[in-house]
Design a protein around this ligand. Structure first.
Ligand code: ADP
Ligand code: MG
Length: 684
């Protein structure tokens, strides 16, 4: 057993209770302890003069005790020690609550270093319960950069500092080190021992930066290696060979010519499926780029070989639309296409399931309902999921589990910065549809404030007069939610619009409605029976209404850039000139920058890069649906450049040692396997 593998019980002062408390922080071994990094640091190395130091933030002050400390009892159980300390700039009053012992430890005429928050005004300064040390014996509480650890009940910061110190000393030079020596020198990274010492107890902030850089690199490097290995493993997975068909036959039955990008994606997918290996392909393309067609071509190829396909959409509305679209595309080929959604009657579901397991249905389109246990296929060979970011990776694999390694095609309209895509979809091959069908017009986008409302209403009237339809999106409003701007709730806003336009047909869709009712409203929109549809973001994904020419977003500051881009993609899908109007009274710079970016570009990839820059990776990594292991120190959004470098390094290393079998890569191999063990359950 290495020193790092020893349990924390081996440390002096760690008994059963302490060990239990540390376990709660995920600390079991000395190795865990040294890998428990500080959350922040307090700079206690710089001294400031009393009168020049900033107020209300922690500062270090070197001052002489000017009088003998006095003790006062305020009331039972409350004792104060008071004293005055002076430096060349002035004086401050120091009060200690219930630390009576300091009275005999702080001596008049001697100099100490105090660390705490100054309060007061221009002429008077005071400090309460400061940390302090004699000037001559600094180094524990002051005169250093103090690490601050995430804590829990029973474990104080001081205690952790002591344990980490002991663990580092016990481990000595034998620290865990996953980075091969070669990589450390090639990329100019700090050595492990130095990095561990420094991340906990930095001599200065420059050194700390070096240590952090090393650990961030190490973490991303291990992740990159793991993803690469996962991809290699998956690529070795045998799949059902689907005889290669010439898609020209399928294209000939279409009412339009596929774009070059669509043809490319189809060709890639068909050759994946013919290869004898299982396809795992992501089709990524901006809203309206025609991803459904790519799926349809694959479905066509699979069904003509006599096998079944499943198509899973995140909402009923979308399932319904895909059903109609796919039926349209596949009609010339006499395939049986059915749906399975939660809102169907028990009898309908039963019959559909029976036909499905009997192999009478070629393609089933549905929602999560497809995942229920009693759904069985006779010969499932292809699973398509739309808008994959809405599904957990787990759900994707649950559906795959219904066949014998069926091919998987994932479609996403959330353009993700390339670097992140490599990580999120690291286990998928990617086809990018970077070309819109011909004749698409740019959606003109404007940001306006409340004062434009009357003019905007005039515009709505004009467009509806020309036969167009209008979408109005309101943010989801939580009950009791407070906001500094008045928020429009969909229901109330629909009523307001109906009063403003008594002769127009106004409908409303919101999250609390039953799927059946939502479907009914949406069907009315598609049929042109409503002029204005007010909704929450339920219409965000996929819905296709070519006659809609105006998208209005209320309280646009509440939406993320990528979300706004999705919303805008709901218009401009037909031959009509279309607009997107973002209404916002927001004054903060970040919100303004976001709205400005929307007005300036229609390019989803540019927008996602900007979103990442402005908001960090939260949007992409929200709710952890991606199934990636949690990062310890690296920030996948902020450390994008390091991520790229780490990926290059990983690729190069794996090219020379694909199994990580070389002795110098043993530690790395162990770390990668460890990561696999933790994420295998979530990744495919
Ligand atoms: P998305 O990529 O957003 O899912 P869709 O697949 O819904 O896009 O396609 C958007 C619209 O464009 C649909 O109405 C579809 O029929 C149409 N479309 C797809 N491909 C083409 C093409 N090559 N030429 C013309 N229209 C197309
Ligand atoms: Mg779509």
């Amino acid at each position: 057993m290495t020193a790092a593998e020893q349990t924390i019980g081996s440390l002096k002062g760690v008994g059963e209770a302490r060990a239990k408390a540390l376990n709660k922080l995920g600390i079991f071994t000395l190795g865990d302890l040294v890998n428990y990094f500080p959350r922040s640091y307090e700079d206690r190395t710089h001294f400031q003069p009393i009168m020049a130091a900033p107020l209300d933030e922690p500062v270090c002050i070197r001052a002489m005790v000017a009088n003998a400390p006095t003790l006062a009892r305020v009331r039972r159980g409350m004792e104060l020690v008071k004293l005055r300390a002076v430096d060349e700039s002035g004086s401050m009053d120091i009060t200690f609550f219930n630390q009576t012992w300091v009275r005999n430890q702080l001596h008049q005429g001697e100099t100490y270093v105090f660390y705490g928050r100054l309060s007061g005004n221009l002429t008077h300064r005071a400090m309460t319960n400061p940390d302090w040390e004699p000037e001559q014996r600094q180094g524990e509480k002051t005169g250093r950069i103090l690490p601050k650890y995430p804590l829990c009940q029973g474990v104080s910061n001081k205690l952790l500092i002591g344990y980490v110190r002991s663990a580092l000393d016990a481990i000595g030079p034998d620290v865990p080190d996953a980075l091969p020596q070669r990589i450390q020198s090639d990329y100019g990274l700090a050595q492990a021992r130095y990095a561990y010492e420094t991340i906990h107890f930095p001599a200065d902030f420059g050194a700390l930066e070096l240590a952090r850089r090393r650990f961030i690199f190490e973490e991303l490097f291990v992740l990159a290696c793991a993803m690469d290995r996962l991809r290699a493993k998956r690529q070795a997975l045998r799949g059902i060979p689907v005889p290669k068909a010439d898609p020209a036959e399928f294209y000939a039955a279409l009412p339009f010519q596929p774009t070059g990008a669509q043809r490319r994606a189809v060709a890639q997918a068909l050759s994946d499926m013919a290869s004898g290996m299982a396809m795992n392909r992501l089709v990524q393309g901006d809203v309206g780029s025609g991803k459904t067609l790519v799926a349809a071509a694959c479905i066509w190829a699979v069904c003509r070989s006599g096998r079944q396909c499943a198509f899973m959409a995140p909402t009923e509305i979308l399932a319904e639309q895909h059903l109609a679209t796919l039926r349209g595309f596949l009609a010339p080929f006499h395939l049986r296409v059915e749906k399975l959604t939660g809102s169907m009657t028990a009898k309908e579901k039963r019959e559909t399931k029976a036909a499905l397991s009997a192999g009478e249905i070629d393609l089933i389109v549905g929602t999560h309902a497809l995942l229920t246990e009693d759904v069985a296929f006779s010969d499932l060979a292809l699973v398509v999921t739309d808008e994959q970011h809405r599904f957990g990776v787990n759900q994707r694999s649950a559906l795959s589990g219904k066949g014998e390694t069926p091919h998987v095609l994932v479609m996403s309209a959330t353009p993700i910065p390339r670097t992140l895509a490599l990580i999120i979809y690291g286990d998928l091959d990617v086809s990018i549809i970077d070309e819109l069908p011909p004749g698409r017009q740019k959606v003109d986008t404007f940001t306006v404030d409340e004062s434009y409302r009357q003019r905007l209403y005039g515009f709505i009237r004009k467009l509806v007069g020309e036969g167009r339809q209008v979408f109005v999106v309101c943010p989801m409003v939580e009950e009791n939610e407070e906001s500094d701007l008045p928020l429009k709730s969909a229901v109330e806003h629909a009523q307001a619009l109906q009063s403003a336009f008594p002769d127009l047909r106004v409908g409303c869709i919101h999250g609390k409605m039953k799927p059946k009712d939502k479907d009914a409203v949406m069907a009315a929109v598609v049929a042109g029976e409503l002029d204005i549809l007010v909704s929450t973001t339920v219409i965000e994904v996929g819905v296709d209404v070519p006659n809609a020419a105006l998208m209005i977003v209320e309280n646009a500051e509440r939406f993320g850039l990528s979300q706004l881009h999705q919303l805008r993609g709901r218009v401009g899908r037909g031959q009509h000139k279309s607009w997107c109007i973002l209404i916002s009274d927001a004054k903060n710079d970040e919100a303004k920058a976001r709205l400005k970016a929307m007005c300036e570009t229609n390019d989803g990839f540019k927008i996602s890069e900007e979103d990442l820059r402005l908001r960090g990776p939260g949007d992409f990594f929200g709710s952890r649906q991606h199934g990636l292991p949690e990062m310890h120190i690296a920030d996948l959004g902020a450390d994008v450049r390091t991520l790229q470098t780490a990926q290059d390094a990983a690729k190069a290393l794996l090219a020379s040692d694909p199994e990580l079998a070389a002795p110098e890569n043993a530690a790395l191999c162990a770390r990668v396997q460890h990561l696999f063990a933790a994420s295998e359950r979530t990744m495919n």
